[in-house]
Design a binder for this molecule. Sequence first.
Ligand code: AMP
Length: 398
Amino acid sequence: MKNINSYSFEGEKAIVRVDFNVPLSTELKVTDNTRIKGALPTIKKIVNDGGAVILMSHLGRPKKGPEDEFSLKHVIPELERLTGMVVRFAPDCIGDETLEMKKDLKPGEILLLENLRFYKEETKGDEEFASRLAEGCDVYVNDAFGTAHRAHASTTIIARFFPDEKLFGFLINSELENMDKVMHTSEKPFTAIMGGAKVSDKILIIKNLLDRVDNLIIGGGMAYTFIKARGGKIGNSLCEEDKLDVALDIIESAHEKNVEIFLPVDSVVADKFEAEADSRISASDSIDDGWMGLDIGQEAIKEYAGIIKRSKTILWNGPMGVFEMEKFSKGTSEIAKAIADATSSDAFSLIGGGDSVAAINKNKLADKVSYVSTGGGAMLEYMEGKVLPGIAAIRGDS
Ligand code: AMP
């Protein structure tokens, strides 16, 4: 497998799958440039080597073909600002005109193709469409970790047209390196913190983690399914009735594997799912009817922060409560701070999943943790032990 560190792009035209699926304001300006920044090291390497860069990405979920609000042209000003270079734009991602633009591209220049998802063939993984993307290019680079779990034309199928000249960009390389570090060479004690709304989304990753972690901390809405499964009274808290058995299985399996499993001893409960709801503290296993747990309580924060502080490896996925509402955001912020503190005392911390990343950013702690993953779904699937099609297509094991 080729490695971007030692590869020379000199004189080559590189087609690079990036993740420029960035949020746009109503004026169609980029409001968060994290994903564009993530692609910069790869773009710069190709340019500095004397190669030409052809960037392709999706943006949003266009349903009816080309729609102005989903055009990648809105990304150009920010991309030009961050690269300090002129960016050419192909108003179609395939076709004769685009092929001409690829051919005309000189070493050191950047061409951005229009949104891949203006064609349904992209998500269908259409081979003919992938061949049109590949034409006129010498090497394929995949640097879009967020879509690596999808067998789309630009993330997976296109690799067939570059049997030898295919490689990961710097972003995917570091995602894989950091996830592998956590999953395979983690220093002990290893603590995983799982939160978010649903147990059902996290069952597979939890099962895979039970063979690796020392502590499993559970928070967020999913905690109440576990608490009910253990016989607790959870009032109107979120509960997946059909997952009570799975929750019990996980608790038993953790016990057999000597994994300590932690559920929040107390919760901030509210009488409504609303930012201004009445709220109070309750033991998590005796929540009154009419009340619902929307955040972990102070005792739980204290216990969790203590475990995090004593850990050498930390993985966090999913908020501890309804952190979008100020009143129920404390548990998530405090856990974010505890992870940053542990990192400053030499723990390795990996944060993944859109909401925990948002919480880390909201608390301005992105620089104080070891690694923030860019791929929510892709990270979960990798950590579930699944083979990601976009990764396998480059490694050649698919
Ligand atoms: P997920 O996408 O599964 O990681 O879940 C994230 C969502 O879970 C966020 O929008 C949170 O508001 C929500 N959430 C976290 N804790 C709770 C809770 N106790 N009750 C209801 N929703 C919650």
